[in-house]
Design a protein around this ligand. Structure first.
Ligand code: ADE
Length: 260
């Protein structure tokens, strides 16, 4: 893979060591080894302006907790952007991970992946001085409607979800293509999976998977994906133009459920 294709992800964080979790393990690590992406963390404490290395202060107007000061974050973002520009990223976008944004989906991850480089800003404490957010942030992203104690885990979730989609990062080129939510599955959930032994704890592998008949296997898998999506995420099934085969499978599912 040539270096022009390397994705550049920089992170501004008070806890750079947390990112060892994705840098040192599994598929994300392999992606780093193969230069599919690179990671650089920037600690705003190193950009603090006073001798005490202060990066937070009490909120104006009172109230609990501390607020991250604008200037150390501003300087850390400048350093990250400067590095990315030097690496050839024309205009790196700055992403603030925050629960106060729309939760991201598979399509959102694929959109982020179109960028050559991204700079993630991770907040801690009660939040970040709003002026920094207004002046420096291109995009705000949440990973779900719940609150984490900082943006680091959210940034890692986003990076992991992106990196595994990069060409050559997963072992089997097809396995990301067939994930739940992926366009190839037109946004449905994945089908169930089975491996050896053929009988485990009294339960056999479904006969269709043992048939060796490729068309039968594919039809069984599609039916299971439809059945699962219908039961677990009916919201994914709305406003769709179903194929003839899907309509037949959906009809079968309905008939089976009537019998139960
Ligand atoms: N920081 C804290 N909670 C978060 C969330 N749910 N998504 C993104 N960033 C966060």
């Amino acid at each position: 893979m040539n270096t022009r294709e390397t994705k550049r992800y920089d992170v501004v964080t008070l806890f750079p060591e947390m990112f060892d979790a994705i840098a040192d393990h599994g598929i994300t690590r392999r992606g780093l080894d193969e230069k599919a992406w690179e990671l650089q963390c920037w600690n705003p404490r190193e950009f603090a302006v006073n001798a005490y290395k202060t990066i937070d202060d009490r909120p104006y107007g009172g109230g609990p907790g501390m607020v991250m000061m604008a200037e150390p974050l501003n300087a850390a973002l400048d350093a990250a952007i400067k590095r990315q520009v030097a690496q050839g990223v024309a205009k790196p976008k700055v992403v603030y991970v925050t629960p106060q944004a729309k939760p991201i989906t598979d399509a959102g991850i694929r959109d982020l992946l179109k960028e050559d480089g991204l700079v993630f800003l991770c907040g801690r404490y009660e939040g970040i001085d709003e002026r920094l957010i207004q002046q420096r942030i291109d995009l705000e992203v949440s990973i779900g409607d719940y609150v984490l104690s900082g943006g680091e885990l959210a940034a890692m979730v986003l990076i992991d979800a992106m990196v595994r989609l990069l060409p050559g990062v997963l072992n089997d080129g097809n396995s990301a293509v067939e994930d739940s939510f992926s366009p190839a599955r037109d946004g449905l959930l994945d089908h169930p999976h089975y491996t050896r032994p053929e009988v485990w704890n009294g339960e056999s592998v479904p006969a269709a998977l043992m048939s060796g008949d490729h068309a039968r296997i594919e039809a069984w898998r599609r039916k299971q994906a439809l059945k699962r999506s219908l039961a677990r995420r009916p919201d994914l099934m709305q406003n769709r133009a179903w194929s003839k085969q899907d309509l037949k499978l959906l009809d079968e599912i309905q008939q089976e459920q009537k019998k139960q």
